[in-house]
Each structure stands twice: as structure tokens, then as C-alpha cells.
Design a protein around this ligand. Structure first.
Ligand SMILES: C[S@@+](CC[C@H](N)C(=O)[O-])C[C@H]1O[C@@H](n2cnc3c(N)ncnc32)[C@H](O)[C@@H]1O
Length: 278
């Protein structure tokens, strides 16, 4: 993945992937999608919702759209894969306050200036390179409303350039052990190697946005903090404050704990009592 990340993403998600479970398969390490929403996303965006207009970038088959739709007066979803937008259109046909757009992987031209209260992207832009994030942030500087906020999940692999080079030189069990212990990043985790939390904050700064919170996290398949959850807002908004950075290497362990709690306490929506962790 590199400067052509838009093309890679289009091939992967519009053609290459089967989408058999609408993306719910990526929530299993937390128990299921409800568990991941409740444990990961709801607490982190709670101060900003419910709200007026939410923009979701890269919804895929609507794994988070399903929850966001109940937290917004209007929800605009934008994805580069036509197939994903078609699926969301069908899946959420009963919700009249949703708007759907296919884009070219960078454009937000369909979104009015000063209109977005919350811009949200989860488990998608980790695969995007810095150019894509740069383009989105540049536009959000004018698309966000005066008190608008953004919550983006993106790659932090760029913080580990030297470790990544070491990981690429190794293979087999020795590498797997070092990855599991958080000593090396997973070299095939599809995180963009040029993006990092620091670079994200610099980009915000460049476009007159304020980066107000960043959590670096580990992700399934490794204990190194290859990912970041970044919060940003318009400079001078009611949310503006000096950036708070938090390193959360225990994210993977939290998932494991949630998964075991969830298997004991949750019920499947269809009344199926099968253990969701199996
Ligand atoms: C791994 S899927 C995740 C979908 C959803 N966020 C979820 O968590 O289930 C990645 C999605 O991001 C979209 N995507 C990737 N890069 C994008 C970009 N630059 N702009 C818009 N959509 C993008 C893909 O088309 C795909 O739908």
C-alpha cells in the first residue's frame, strides 16, 4: 500500500471482498458488533451525539451506520465502492434521513460547507495513505460546522518505520512471537506505513483544524500500537483544547476481556443462544 491506496481500496472492497457478513466478521475479536460499538465507539463519541448532521466516510456495508443512523437527524454516507453504497441503500431503506454518495476516494464535494456536526470513520482509513487523509482533512476544515468534530481511525504504522523494516527482514515463528509481544509490528496488517498520529496532528494544524485527542491503540494480530483514533475540531469551536495523547497498548487485551464477558452476558438478536465467540 502506498500512494495508490485509493486504487488498492477500490479493487479490494468493490471487487475482491465477498462481504458475506456485512463486516460483522471484523468485530468478532470483541464478541460481536454490538460489543465493539458499546465498548469502543459509543464511549469515545458520546460527548458529540446525538447531533444534527453526521458524515460517515467509508461505511462499507454499514456496520457502524446501523448505530449512527439513530444518533443523527441526517446521516450522509460516502464510500468509494459503488457496491458498498448500493448495499447501504438497501439495508437502510427504511431510514429516510440517510443520503448516499459514491466518491473517488478523496472528494467531499457533495457535502455543504459548515454543515457537518460529526465526521466519523472507523476501520477504513487505516488502509489509506497520508495523501487521502490530507485531502479529507483539508475539505473538512470548511465542511465542519462551527462546533463540528471529527473522529477518525487511521494508521499509526508510520511511527514504527525502523521496526517495520526489521519485521520485513524476519519471518516464521520468531517474527510471530515478537509481533505478539508488541516488539515488532505485523508487516502484513494493511496499515499505511506513511501515516502516524503525529502526522495526522500536523495535517490538522496545516488546515487550521485542532487535533484535540489521540489514542494510539494495538489491533488484532499484534500488540504494537499500529493504529490511532484521532479527534479533531474547528479551531475555536467549543471542543477546542490542547491535544491530549494517550498510548493504549492494552486495546487488544480489552477486546479479549470484552469478548469473554460478552459471551456470558449477551443474547443474539434472533434469540440464538449459541456462544458468539465460537
Ligand atoms: C474494511 S472496509 C470497512 C467498512 C466499515 N467502516 C466497517 O468498519 O465495517 C473499508 C471500506 O472503506 C472504503 N474506503 C477505503 N478507502 C476509502 C476512501 N479513500 N474513501 C472512501 N471510502 C474508502 C472501502 O470502499 C470499504 O467500504
Amino acid at each position: 500500500m502506498g500512494v495508490d491506496s485509493v486504487q488498492w481500496n477500490l479493487e479490494q472492497w468493490a471487487e475482491g471482498y465477498e462481504w458475506l457478513e456485512e463486516g460483522d466478521e471484523w468485530s468478532r475479536w470483541w464478541g460481536d458488533t454490538d460489543a465493539m460499538w458499546l465498548a469502543v465507539l459509543q464511549p469515545r463519541i458520546a460527548p458529540f451525539v446525538p447531533t444534527g448532521t453526521v458524515l460517515e466516510i467509508a461505511p462499507g456495508f454499514g456496520r457502524w451506520t446501523h448505530y449512527l443512523k439513530d444518533l443523527a437527524d441526517r446521516l450522509v454516507v460516502v464510500d468509494l465502492a459503488p457496491r458498498c453504497i448500493e448495499h447501504c441503500r438497501e439495508r437502510f431503506a427504511g431510514s429516510a434521513h440517510l443520503e448516499y454518495h459514491v466518491n473517488d476516494g478523496t472528494s467531499l464535494a457533495m457535502v455543504a460547507d459548515d454543515s457537518v456536526d460529526l465526521a466519523f470513520s472507523m476501520d477504513s482509513l487505516v488502509h489509506a495513505d497520508a495523501t487521502v487523509l490530507e485531502r479529507y482533512l483539508e475539505q473538512l476544515a470548511t465542511k465542519l460546522g462551527p462546533d463540528g468534530v471529527g473522529f477518525f481511525h487511521h494508521s499509526n504504522l508510520g511511527a514504527y518505520a525502523r521496526d517495520l523494516a526489521r519485521a520485513r527482514r524476519r519471518s516464521g515463528r520468531a517474527r510471530a512471537r515478537l509481533v505478539a509481544r508488541g516488539r515488532l509490528p505485523h508487516p502484513q496488517a494493511f496499515r499505511d506505513p506513511g501515516m502516524s498520529a503525529e502526522r495526522f496532528a500536523d495535517l490538522c494544524d496545516r488546515f487550521g483544524l485542532a487535533c484535540i485527542g489521540q489514542e494510539t491503540i494495538s489491533w488484532s494480530g499484534g500488540a504494537m500500537m499500529t493504529d490511532a483514533l484521532s479527534l479533531f475540531t474547528r479551531t475555536g469551536s467549543r471542543w477546542d483544547r490542547p491535544n491530549r495523547r494517550l498510548a493504549n497498548p492494552g486495546f487488544v487485551d480489552e477486546a479479549e476481556r470484552m469478548r469473554s464477558l460478552w459471551s456470558a452476558s449477551s443474547f443474539d438478536h434472533d434469540g440464538d443462544t449459541t456462544d458468539p465467540t465460537r
